[in-house]
Design a protein around this ligand. Structure first.
Ligand SMILES: Nc1ncnc2c1ncn2[C@@H]1O[C@H](COP(=O)(O)OP(=O)(O)OP(=O)(O)O)[C@@H](O)[C@H]1O
Length: 254
């Protein structure tokens, strides 16, 4: 049974139609990639899925709950790593994670154990008691990843999970996401990065103009690379006319 379900979703901001006719479903065990260019409607969809905005039309269900009707309950049960969000500058990672644990009703001992495990996994043990204002962007991103998984949620929404991380930590986070999804959870990753989607996702939905234009399972070896499908469905370009795939690919990784 699907733990994330979106049907006929529409959301506009004034005259701008950000999402229209968005449809997809994600089941436990899937690492679903939401891949699309700037302005395709990815963040708007995630905000509808996490109870941060009310759709104009359509159905949104997360763990069988309507996030617009029960935003607090939804946010308690899922993990969210929003795009470009930083932990509070006036707190240390340890204080912030204690605060997050408190809001989510997690036992303090479990919060402490999870904090130590994540600090060890991502290598920020020495920064646990340093104010966020004195941490690098990458170190702050590690704290944000930790808060999303602190309560070991069944469903996690992540916007650009690898932003600001060095290559070694990127590999660790990628491996963690794959194993977390395989443990009967659903991980939903929004990204521009075709390589990352191809590397870790079990299935990818390609988003353009506010809806999914095609979906690809990456487990059963669908024909063609994701880049070719992306170019064909999003830009209408024939990849054989392209002078260099590498050049195009880096252009797409905004
Ligand atoms: N608060 C807002 N007010 C007006 N228009 C908005 C607002 N938020 C988003 N939009 C518009 O809605 C469309 C979809 O935006 P959205 O942020 O959902 O795209 P996205 O796929 O997440 O893009 P990116 O990859 O650049 O983050 C864009 O045209 C954007 O300009």
């Amino acid at each position: 049974m699907a733990v994330i379900q979106v049907g006929g979703l529409r959301k506009s901001y004034g005259d701008v139609i950000a999402v229209d006719g968005m449809e997809f479903a994600v089941e436990r065990g899937e690492l679903y990639g939401f891949l699309g260019p700037n302005g395709a409607g990815k963040t708007t969809t995630i905000r509808a899925l996490t109870g941060q905005l009310r759709p104009d039309r359509g159905t949104v269900r997360v763990l069988e709950t309507d996030p617009a009707a029960e935003p607090i309950e939804t946010r308690r049960r899922v993990g969210i790593l929003p795009e470009q969000q930083s932990p509070p500058s006036f707190l240390t990672p340890r204080e912030y994670l204690e605060f997050v644990g408190d809001v989510r009703d997690i036992e303090p001992e479990r919060v402490a154990a999870q904090t130590d495990a994540w600090a060890d996994r991502l290598g920020f043990e020495s920064k646990l008691d340093t104010l966020h204002t004195d941490l690098s962007r990458g170190q702050q991103q590690k704290v944000m990843i930790t808060q999303a998984f602190l309560h070991e949620p069944d469903v996690v929404f992540i916007d650009e999970p690898l932003a600001n991380l060095d290559p070694l930590v990127q590999e660790q986070v990628k491996r963690f996401l794959v194993s977390y999804a395989a443990g009967d959870n659903a991980v939903f990753v929004s990204t521009h990065n075709i390589d990352v989607a191809e590397d870790i996702c079990t299935r990818v939905g390609i988003v353009a103009d506010g809806r999914i234009v095609t979906e690809r399972s990456l487990e059963d070896g669908d024909d063609g690379s994701l880049l070719e499908v992306f170019l064909d469905r999003v830009t209408g370009a024939d990849v054989r006319d392209a002078p260099s795939l590498d050049g195009l690919e880096s252009e797409l990784e905004v």
